[in-house]
Design a protein. Structure first.
Length: 226
């Protein structure tokens, strides 16, 4: 007898079809049965499941600062969209379906067809995922995502054709903030100077800083300069 579901716990039940290929996984990920909490990604045939809560200071605050800065740079001047958390990105080319921490898509990429919004089958006029190569993706490392974020995802994002990948790790004493740019199908680390790193897609240099604003209370700032 073939299994029809795989149960992780009392709240997460994965249909077997979602483990057999990207198409089955995407159908499940876009259905009402997909979990509303946690993160489940399809990485070249493997399912990566992380149902742990988001760490407030080293993940949540970092994501808020970066997404806010990108919103002001991209969405407010009407250059494109910025998605956080549940913005699913799928790429048949890379055999990938993932929910990055932050996703940036410029209008030009949508107009050219380099990335498209996938419409919901049940709700006309609504969209449930992006297919193709968004302009910029941000991944913030947590305890449960170290290997996925730093080892597994970069080559898959490169295969998908994502031009720019930001990797952030704020768990240690020193913040790791890297901007990787796609060159000849592979990511190369952008040159940095005194903590500043260039973003070709945005035409600016960035630096992520952290300070203790009150005892035990931290604040992050994504600084930028031309």
């Amino acid at each position: 007898m073939h299994r029809t579901t795989i149960r992780l716990d009392d709240t997460v039940c994965i249909p077997a079809a979602a483990t057999r290929g990207l198409t089955g996984f995407r159908e499940w990920a876009c259905s009402d049965d997909f979990p509303e909490h946690g993160r489940i990604d399809f990485l070249a045939g493997d399912l990566e499941v992380d149902m742990s809560p988001e760490e407030l200071d080293t993940h949540g605050l970092v994501k808020s600062e970066i997404s806010t800065a990108l919103q002001l740079l991209v969405a407010r001047p009407n250059l494109g969209h910025v998605y956080i958390d549940r913005g699913r990105v799928s790429s048949p080319t890379a055999n990938l379906s993932v929910e990055p921490d932050v996703v940036v898509v410029f209008w030009d990429s949508l107009d050219s067809g380099g990335v498209r919004k996938v419409p919901s089958k049940k709700r006309p006029g609504r969209f449930i995922e992006l297919e193709g190569a968004p302009d910029l993706v941000v991944e913030i490392v947590s305890d449960g995502s170290v290997r996925k974020d730093l080892v597994r995802l970069p080559p898959l994002y490169a295969a998908a054709g994502v031009p720019e990948l930001w990797l952030v790790d704020a768990r240690g004493e020193e913040i790791r903030f890297e901007i990787l740019t796609l060159v000849a199908g592979r990511y190369a680390k952008a040159l940095d100077s005194e903590g500043w790193t260039a973003s070709p897609r945005l035409g600016l240099r960035f630096r992520l800083s952290r300070q203790e604003v009150r005892p035990g209370r931290w604040s992050y700032r994504l600084e930028q300069e031309a």
